[in-house]
Design a protein. Sequence first.
Length: 331
Amino acid sequence: MADTLRIGLLGAARITPKAVCDPAHVIPRVRLEGVAARDKRRAAEFAELHRVHQVFDSYEPLLESPDIDLIYNPLPINRHAEWTIRALEAGKHVLCEKPFAMNAGEAKEMQAAAGKAGKRLIEAFHYRYHPAFQQCLDWIEAGRIGTVREIEADFCVEIRDSDDEIRQLPETGGGAMMDLGCYPLSWTLQALGEAPISVEAEATLTRRGVDESLTATLGFESGAVAKLSTSMAPGTPFKAAMTIAGSKGRIHFEKPIFPHRGGHLRLETENGGHEEATISPISTYTWQLAAVLDALHTDTPLPTEGAVIQTQQTQLDAIYEAAGLRHLRDR
């Protein structure tokens, strides 16, 4: 790969400026090379606003361009598999937004395509790249709280229903667990480093039939239990937090999804000791893109690629099945 990472953007999604554009403008050796959208005029306006160098007529020529090394895919979830696979087959690395796919079957096909193409396929769980989350993992690994016994993890925020809100639509992979709850699940799997052996879940539904709120309890072979909750219901106050209780203490993490926005990370030990982590003000997205750049140049693995993707997607399917909503994942 060239010294500069040249990025192509699929679509002009709302998440793209903060997820990729803003970080690209502060990280050396990154270039926003091209963008394509269903509406070329919208793509042109996006390119001018965010300093993207080329506007492509459609997705296909963007994928085929020799000027692009990595594709960022923030399309609706039901389009992740098709366009990620096409990008990989075109010889591009892919940074794919979360949640990765509609179901574990699609995820497996995407990863198989990456293996066949010899290209990197990374899920954009940006929180994992912030030093605060690594500090949380380091405390667990060092035994600071002893054996992990229970995790409580929550991510709730109102997502208003409207005709163009894809997170409310069954056909585009909508639902609170898919858009929001995938984070508490990922936090838990990263913290424990193992897949659950039992899953219980229940949900309430929107008028469109997707999960408006969902709670899940996961049991692990180590004996740990994780309790996850998520909601996008009207009037839901914002909440993003995780508490990890161990045999010798606990960790409380406020805003693990974006600790740079007023997050707090605190360790409390059984003898009354406590420690407050220093939180970097640099955004999770900037840390993520910097890590991707480094990994592509050094050929080192990333914590949101490989087997962890399949584990995450398999557990999302299991949670939906336990809640009686498996049909939402089989679309």
